[in-house]
Write a protein that binds this ligand. Structure first.
Ligand SMILES: Cc1cc2nc3c(=O)[nH]c(=O)nc-3n(C[C@H](O)[C@H](O)[C@H](O)COP(=O)(O)O)c2cc1C
Length: 308
């Protein structure tokens, strides 16, 4: 058996497969369908300081090779999460990443102080890239990124990751800002702003008109972002998220330079996808007599395999 274990962020992860923020909720409902010990980590649905009911329905529509959503960060707020879901989540036998979003650096600091009191998390992921809450996308503004990251890093000792947009702003400038003030890594990318119109009525499908596109349709976008970020920041931990739906796309993401592969939409199509990917990846590496998944991370930057 090849070794899928990765040591990153001061912890050991069972595999590079990570449940991306959103579709997995807090993992509790999904747990019976999942082979949790094979999964590297779960990222919580993004949590805010106050509860949010999210956007009005309709807020999800099918697309060729994906879906457009405008959920709008529906969540119970950090205090209710701490009271209700946190203890159940802490029992799940896998590593956990806490996703947070705030409307100002000050609010992020308050949120991160509360988050730091919750045990059982291996990293905090700052969602600076939600396309569905109106206003500017923080992750597109490198100086704002610096302030949000500084606010969180200053009040917690666990590693801070930053989730950035793939379709707006200058990704490398935002990444540089985040890493320069102490972020341990990058999660690339969030869903990509899109629109669908019901051509029988002439109206946009979603209540908020625009939504975020997820699924195989965005794979080339996420691969490009991961590839360029890995070239620029060889030491940063990168969770490559966007469009991974099968073994081939998971391997592509690793070869582009991702340490971890985030699975969002793929989980909505097949809740067993994460463990299938772990099993298939293991087998694929074995067949090629590779001892560790480490051997293919970033391979596309070094000329690929030697072909004899
Ligand atoms: C229904 C749904 C809800 C999501 N909610 C969040 C969220 O709360 N926070 C976040 O950072 N990303 C959220 N995302 C984005 C995903 O984590 C991921 O970045 C994006 O969908 C691209 O990956 P994918 O193609 O594997 O889905 C959501 C995605 C979907 C489909």
């Amino acid at each position: 058996m090849a070794d899928l274990v990765l040591k990153r962020l001061d912890a050991q992860f069972a595999s590079p497969i990570i449940l991306a923020s959103g579709p997995a909720g807090f993992g509790v409902e999904l747990a019976p369908a999942l082979d949790l010990p094979r999964i590297g980590a779960i990222t919580t649905k993004t949590i805010t300081i106050e509860p949010r009911t999210g956007n009005d329905q309709p807020r999800l529509v099918d697309c060729p090779s994906g879906a457009l959503n405008s959920i709008g960060l529906e969540n119970p707020g950090i205090d209710a999460f701490a009271r209700l879901a946190h203890s159940q989540m802490r029992e799940l036998p896998l590593r956990r990443i806490l996703s947070l979003a705030a409307t100002s650096p000050g609010e992020m600091e308050t949120l991160a102080v509360k988050a730091a009191k919750l045990s059982g998390f291996d990293a905090i992921e700052l969602n600076l890239s939600c396309p569905n809450i109106g206003g500017k996308i923080t992750g597109a503004d490198a100086s704002a990124v610096r302030e949000y990251v500084r606010a969180a890093v200053g009040v917690t000792s666990i590693p801070v990751l930053v989730k950035l947009p793939g379709d707006t702003g200058n990704l490398l400038n935002s990444s540089e800002s985040a890493l320069s003030v102490g972020a341990a890594g990058l999660t690339l990318i969030n869903s990509v702003r899109g629109l669908r119109i019901d051509w029988t009525t002439g109206r946009p499908f979603l209540s908020r008109t625009y939504g975020g596109l997820s699924g195989p349709a965005i794979l080339p976008v996420s691969l490009a972002r991961v590839f360029e970020a890995r070239s620029a920041f060889p030491e940063a931990v990168i969770i490559g998220t966007g469009g991974v739906s099968d073994l081939g796309s998971a391997i592509e993401m690793l070869m582009a330079g991702a340490d971890f592969i985030g699975i969002g939409f793929g989980l909505m199509v097949d809740p067993e996808l994460p463990q299938k990917l772990a099993v298939e990846l293991d087998k694929w590496l074995d067949e090629r007599e590779m001892v560790s998944v480490q051997e293919i991370i970033g391979l596309a930057h070094s000329g690929g395999f030697d072909v004899h």
